[in-house]
Design a protein around this ligand. Structure first.
Ligand SMILES: [Zn+2]
Length: 91
């Protein structure tokens, strides 16, 4: 119970920090530009803000890892399932 209260407190402090400190972006802003980030289409300044957010936000690090894994699976399926995860059966 105490642990949960502490975790909630930490989460709230983190959100406050990300939303109010200059030079930080919120998780929501992160989500809006994640595709551009992965495509390398962000200007240097924004890319720097993204990477700063990643350093302090385990939630978005996890999110980005999963997002990249999903993209890799999609790419693999598109290429015919080279690593054996996705294969088409011949009729
Ligand atoms: Zn975040």
């Amino acid at each position: 119970m105490r642990q949960k209260l502490f975790q909630r407190f930490v989460r709230r402090m983190k959100a406050m920090m990300l939303n109010t400190l200059p030079g930080m972006i919120s998780c929501r802003e992160f989500d809006q530009f994640v595709v551009d980030y992965l495509d390398g289409r962000l200007p240097d300044h924004q890319q720097h803000l993204f990477e700063r957010h990643l350093r302090v936000c385990p939630d978005r690090r996890r999110f980005l890892d999963r997002y990249r894994a999903t993209l890799a699976l999609e790419q693999d399926a598109f290429n015919g399932g080279e690593n054996g995860l996705v294969r088409c059966r011949k009729p």
